[in-house]
Design a protein around this ligand. Sequence first.
Ligand SMILES: *Cc1c(COP(=O)(O)O)cnc(C)c1O
Ligand SMILES: [Zn+2]
Length: 461
Amino acid sequence: MSSAFQQCIHPDCSQKYDLGQILTACPACQSLLDVAYDWDQVPVPSHLKEFEARWTDRRTPVNFSGVWRFRELISFPRDEQIVTIGEGQTILQQNDQLAKVAGLNSGSLFLQYEGLNPSGSFKDNGMTAASTHASMVGAKMTACASTGNTSASLAIYAGVSGLFQCVVFVGSGRIAYGKLSQALDYGARTLQILGDFDDALARVREVCAEHPIYLCNSVNPFRLEGQKSIMYRILEGLSWEVPDWILVPGGNLGNSSAFGKAFLELKQLGLIDRIPRLAIINAEGADTLDSLVNAESLNWNEGRSDSEMIRDFYRLMDEEDRRANTLASAIEINRPVNLVKALRSLNVCDGVVRSVSDQEIVDARARIAASGFGCEPASGASLAGLLQLREEGLIAPSDRVACVLTGHQLKDPDLTVAYHMDDPKKRAEKLQPAGVNETPFANSPVVVENSKAAIVAALGL
Ligand SMILES: *Cc1c(COP(=O)(O)O)cnc(C)c1O
Ligand SMILES: [Zn+2]
């Protein structure tokens, strides 16, 4: 008998569903679902520090995993049901160089490097949980729509575990080659839909609703359970002290949703005494959340957020044919599927939403790479957002801040090269259409003649 179940997030419904059901929305009212727990029946440690005992155990896969080490807080599977490939071995790096750039006190800025996951993005934290549930319900085929990283992640879990086949739907617009190459390499059946991400998601949902295919997009509530562990690892990296701010790029808002749920649960369990503030950073070219929250004052409203306002906003978006457009392809999303859950997180975490331009994103990305482990463009939004919030004065110099770097630098080498090479053709093709006209942090190669003398001269020796 499991102490976990699925539950509709709408307070007027709150319908509960068994773990064995494969659902991506509440059958009664179409709201999003949570995975919920009878905490009384879960052996949760009395202090988060107790999880550290599992650090040293590298031979037991469920202890080695940076997700399942915290399994009492994600307790929907039994240990022997868990599908893990060693995800979540990620690092919280104190970065004083960037703290200085942002005008934060030395020792106040931390970068959470989720690019160190097996498939190179944070998505693995969620996919281990979705794969576990897929395996619990006996799924033989899984699917997702993706701007790239979700497909790379699902493909690696399908490939390594051998438990199920997988099919990934990608749009035909912007997709970073690093990501597409992974899906192909790991053996996923890859369908390139002639449309954008939102189209690909709509189609995969239709197909999965009518056929026995398990959907692994972030409407899958189990995925978000795994992503809570990113917050547990940040707390762990800070010796279980709660930071003042968490900054995260916002696309489909799965992370934002998972982070708020993680903190809400930890607070309810008495494992933390306060909740950090959350800043969700959109790209200006994909700013649905920013527009709804800041211009339209949409809010959680105790679970009864204004669904008519959201519908009207989307209708207008379609009428005016406005389509998400940003170099940060991982957050190039029109209709964030976890919008309502993200509103809950903003409420729980006293959160804010901001947008940053592509110029700010690519510059921030370059600065992170020059002093950190590097990341892909979407991740750069978190530093760009920090710079903006420091300028506004909302974040104070003494605040302790953690920026989540969602994906690896090598996911999108094309853009990095275009930025550094200062090649007029690449610039005109890739950067200028996105409004990126300057590359102040470019580190261009120096062309030298094939001779020792020229090399020595070029080095100024
Ligand atoms: C998926 C993804 C995002 C967006 O995350 P959401 O949870 O959908 O908001 C941001 N950055 C990277 C690198 C991603 O792969
Ligand atoms: Zn419901």
